[in-house]
Design a protein around this ligand. Structure first.
Ligand code: PLP
Length: 373
């Protein structure tokens, strides 16, 4: 089968899943074409030694491409870890809070920030600098709402709250303490000024690839805080020292991350182009909400709406359900909101094509017209 027939043989739907999420078709096709044997190697990436020169090339190219895309300078290390973003909820305080005199400040703008805070409490002293739970996490704090500690070990934020659909529109600014950011659900969706961060972490399976690999970008001077009593594999220095190969890395996940990085660089115009593409897609849906006369009600306040996860409700839960079911029947799948928020959530990450979003918008207009909106 040639490439065209093979693709056409699979009826792909538009996948609005919050994660694992849609991948670029070109990436899937390349992975398929190379699955049985990497070109010039004759061994599948699924069976390759992580100590072999071909895998060295895959890992080094992925690191180089990611560093170039994000503009990671010489002050920061980049490592690939396992355990998902969830393990970082613990590794961050284990490495950066233990032995520090001040507490870790947490700015909680949604469910993931809440979970990060809960894990940090097990590791040391934390201070809740802001918690938006009172308003259902529908907004970001204004500067006056945030109470920072004068001697914070670090300030933790979540750039995009995947469940509530609330996103910082630019790099957050919370004073002089090192800024630690969970970027899992908007990683590589737009340019980021890495120099402003102490540590950035992101699992790959939302915007950048598949589950199994988590990128951690850490400022070199913060590595001096890591203590020798940490378990070896939970110490950032282990992974930096061993070039992300302290043990067997998830080779396939690293390979896919590399393909996605090249797709962003070569096909999408880098992170600037990616950001324009993502903003245009999100605007289509938010315009539709705003013009619906209240039929579709957005969860997030307009000034902090996420370009990645568009959350909204219909007039009642029965309509939420029939909306999602009708969408699925048209090949627009996985639109049900998270059980804690309800309603609808359209996750429109990097790889969601404009056509998928246009079709969803058209369906929203049609559904409203036929349900008395
Ligand atoms: C998905 C997600 C996580 C959890 O990632 P895992 O890899 O499943 O541990 C953490 N933070 C944010 C913002 C997420 O979107």
């Amino acid at each position: 089968m040639d490439r065209m027939t093979a693709t056409a043989a699979v009826d792909r739907v538009f996948n609005f899943s919050p994660g694992p999420a849609v991948l670029p078709l070109e990436v899937l096709e390349q992975a398929r074409d190379e699955l049985v044997g990497l070109p010039g190697v004759g061994i599948s990436v699924l069976e390759i030694s992580h100590r072999s020169p071909p895998f060295d090339r895959i890992l080094d190219d992925t690191v180089a491409c990611l560093r170039a895309l994000l503009g990671i300078g010489p002050d920061h290390e980049l490592v690939f870890l396992q355990g998902g973003a969830s393990l970082q909820f613990s590794m961050v305080p284990m490495n950066l809070l233990r032995g520090q005199s001040g507490p870790a400040d947490y700015v909680v703008t949604g469910t993931w920030g809440q979970t990060a805070l809960k894990e940090a409490r097990r590791e040391g002293r934390v201070h809740v600098a802001y918690d938006g739970v009172g308003s259902g996490h529908d907004r970001l704090p204004s500067p006056a709402d945030v109470r920072l500690s004068p001697d914070a070990a670090y300030v933790h934020v979540t750039s995009n709250e995947t469940i509530q659909g609330v996103q910082f529109k630019s790099d957050p600014d919370f004073g002089p303490a090192p800024l630690v950011c969970d970027c899992s659900s908007d990683f590589l969706s737009r340019p980021v000024d890495v120099a402003r961060y102490g540590l950035i972490y992101a699992c790959a399976q939302k915007n950048a690839g598949i589950a199994g690999v988590t990128a951690v970008i850490i400022r070199k001077d913060l590595l001096e805080r890591c203590r020798d009593d940490l378990p070896t594999m939970l110490d950032y220095r282990t992974h930096v020292k061993n070039g992300s190969r302290a043990n067997t890395p998830p080779v396939f996940a690293v390979y896919i991350l590399g393909l996605v990085c090249r797709w962003i660089r070569d096909r999408m115009g880098g992170l600037e182009g990616m950001a324009r593409h993502n903003a245009a897609k999100a605007a289509l849906l938010y315009d539709c909400l705003d013009r619906s006369g209240g039929f579709y009600r957005g969860h997030a306040r307009p000034d902090c709406r996420s370009d990645m996860n568009v959350t909204f409700r219909l007039p009642n839960e029965d309509l939420d359900k029939s909306f999602a079911a009708g969408a699925a029947a048209r090949g627009l799948v996985d639109l049900k909101g998270h059980r804690s928020v309800g309603g609808i959530r359209a996750s429109i990450y990097n790889a969601m094509p404009l056509e998928g979003v246009t079709r969803l918008r058209d369906y929203m207009l049609e559904f409203q017209a036929s349900h008395g909106g």
